[in-house]
Design a protein around this ligand. Structure first.
Ligand code: NAD
Length: 333
């Protein structure tokens, strides 16, 4: 199939080209993000392969279908950026990579928790400047603390097990309970109760209408004063302005995020020569107790291999049978 690969970076080219060696699809790597402005580039392609910040809203899907595109192959697990109803209406199939390496994101989540708690980001700079003072670097033992995991699917369940291994008490919130986790000592509760008892809250639910701004002012007010909030799911699960207010008042003790509501305008490119015009994001960067990483949770060799292999598998299955292996369909009304 002729596939337009949008938001293509050097690492996408490397892993997808290797995975495609046998299948032999005709991959064209394009740097721009997919949007209404760039959808014209789809002329002559059968499929489009996209990443997390490409837009697959109704207008884009309509243009894609008009150009003859029949498949959207997401090289990601989340599909909140796709209008599934519109895709179905225009006869465009949607495929995703449901699970590639939950360990990649789960381990990055632990990196954020550990770095924030022990102030590694500050210690690194201090020592390089010859400052060996410990003031301000005081952390706490993870062992014995209560961690709340919201969403115990592929990634959240690994995070829960890692935190159990650190000796934490685990509370989880998920409409679908994981019985194996329960047997390992994880207690399920509602989100409100979880927020009230957790020293660390970590988010691993998808972005849906129900989880958009799940962590807002009200939720932060319910949290233990000074608790740590971690988000490696999708930016808009947290109301960033509410998080900033919480940090300013001390309600939030620290914040670690790998995702940000308005990240599509920022992440995945070198902007070190530019002035950041997003004042909300710029404010986040001023806090000593905030760590932001640029959506790199998935970025391990193992995950990149798996994403590329499964993406090519989806495209090949669609070419042969008209159905990708991991199809995403609109939810039933
Ligand atoms: P998953 O589908 O395996 O698990 C999601 C879990 O969230 C499910 O168990 C589901 O029942 C639960 N859930 C749904 N609505 C909920 C709600 N309102 N409250 C609590 N739980 C709810 O998905 P996953 O593979 O574990 O990924 C989780 C999310 O992580 C993805 O949706 C994606 O947005 C994000 N992600 C981020 C990165 C990254 O690089 N930072 C990489 C991959 C995935």
């Amino acid at each position: 199939m002729r596939v337009a690969v949008f938001s293509a970076k050097s690492y996408d080219r490397e892993f997808l080209t290797a995975a495609n060696a046998e299948a032999g699809h005709d991959l064209t790597f394009l740097e721009p993000q997919l949007s209404c402005e760039t959808a014209g580039l789809l002329a002559g392609f059968d499929a489009v392969c996209t990443f997390v910040n490409d837009s697959l809203e109704r207008g884009v899907l309509e243009m894609a279908a008009q150009h003859g595109v029949r498949l959207v192959a997401l090289r990601a697990a989340g599909f909140n950026n796709v209008d599934l109803q519109a895709a179905a209406e225009f006869g465009v199939a949607v495929a995703r990579v449901p699970a590639y390496s939950p360990h990649a994101v789960a381990e990055h989540t632990m990196a954020l928790i550990l770095a924030l708690n022990r102030k590694i980001h500050r210690a690194y700079n201090r020592v390089r400047e010859g400052n060996f003072a410990l003031d301000g670097l005081l952390g706490f033992d993870l062992c014995g603390k209560t961690a709340g995991v919201i969403g115990t699917g592929a990634i959240g369940s690994v995070v829960a097990r890692l935190l159990l291994a650190f000796g934490c008490n685990l509370v989880a919130a998920d409409p679908v309970e994981d019985t194996a986790l329960r047997r390992q000592g994880v207690r399920y509760a509602g989100v409100d109760e979880l927020l009230g008892v957790s020293d660390i809250v970590t988010l691993h639910c998808p972005l849906t209408a129900a989880t958009s701004h799940l962590i807002d002012r009200r939720a932060i007010a319910r949290m233990k004063r000074g608790a740590m909030l971690i988000n490696t799911s999708r930016g808009a699960v947290v109301d960033t302005r509410a998080a900033i207010a919480g940090l300013k008042s001390g309600a939030l003790g620290s914040l670690g995020i790998d995702v940000y509501e308005e990240e599509a305008e920022l992440f995945f490119d070198d902007r070190s020569q530019e002035v950041i015009s997003d004042d909300v994001f710029a404010r986040l960067l001023t806090f000593p107790n905030v760590i932001v990483t640029g959506h790199q949770g998935f970025f391990t060799v193992e995950a990149m291999h798996a994403i590329a292999e499964i993406t090519i598998l989806n495209i090949s299955a669609f070419a042969q049978t008209g159905r990708p292996v991991h199809q995403v369909t609109p939810p039933r009304e």
